[in-house]
Design a protein around this ligand. Structure first.
Ligand code: ADP
Ligand code: MG
Length: 232
């Protein structure tokens, strides 16, 4: 299995009001192409901070992050923007859907730089909205959609990129059990067909069977959880 992500010695602290919180304290992580990795850990342990580092949203004080052979901490601003735009699918808890755009337009906006051909853009957008079972909600605006439907728009937008890596923070938190399982099956199919690598932050034990590995953030580093894979 080829390496897609390699993180070495990551340190990240935050300072608020003169008080320093050390969040990541020399974190290492290696992930292969097409791995699905669950990241657990108590609230405040640094899970979102880690995803932000991997997605090029925030920077560590120290350490190295290689994604697809590129040292993303050495990229200039334009290249880092291109990395975020083209290589990373974000499924975060605040879906960041633009309220003035329909579900269709939100997905299109996320991938239009990647899919310049108009017909292909329409086809791909409709296909992914269909895959998350929103074919009948494509023209609706976010405020016309339930939390679960908005979450599925965000999932369609991230997956339609067909990105190298997907970073997901409780991606199925607003879905009922049946939809949650269907969305996980969809992610598994991308993993199988495209070799997408997934980092999924969740506390949901029902997601475990889909995972190749489960890691726990503890004391600023990642610890392997025994029986962390679903054995699929
Ligand atoms: N931008 C920030 N400024 C100050 N402190 C932050 C910031 N982001 C996160 N933290 C702190 O870092 C720690 C880890 O946060 P986070 O990564 O959000 O944890 P988790 O996602 O595991 O709940 C927490 O103590 C949080 O308060
Ligand atoms: Mg978090």
């Amino acid at each position: 299995m080829s390496k897609v992500v390699s993180i070495k010695g990551l340190h990240k602290s935050f300072e608020t009001g003169g008080e320093v919180t050390r969040v990541l304290t020399g974190l290492d992580l290696v992930a292969g192409k097409g791995e699905m990795i669950m990241i657990m850990g108590p609230s405040g342990s640094g899970k979102t901070t880690l995803l932000n580092m991997l997605g090029g949203i925030d920077r560590p004080e120290k350490g190295r992050i290689r994604v697809g052979g590129v040292d993303i901490l050495k990229l200039d601003k334009a290249s880092l923007n291109a990395y975020r735009r083209d290589s990373v699918g974000f499924i975060f808890q605040f879906y960041n859907l633009l309220p003035t755009l329909s579900a269709r337009e939100n997905v299109e906006l996320g991938i239009e730089m990647l899919v310049p051909d108009r017909a292909e853009l329409t086809e791909r957008t409709e296909r992914y909205l269909g895959l998350v079972d929103l074919a009948d909600k494509m023209e609706n605006f976010p405020q016309e959609l339930s939390a679960g439907q908005q979450q599925r728009v965000a999932i369609a937008r991230a997956l339609a990129k067909e990105p190298m890596i997907v970073l997901a923070d409780e991606p199925t938190g607003n879905l009922d059990e049946e939809r949650e399982q269907a969305i996980m099956e969809l992610m598994k199919s991308l993993q199988d067909e495209l070799g997408t690598t997934f980092f999924i932050v969740s506390h949901n034990q029902r997601l475990k069977k889909f995972m190749d590995r489960t890691l726990e953030l503890r004391g600023g580093t990642l610890v392997d959880m025994p029986n962390g894979g679903g054995g699929r």
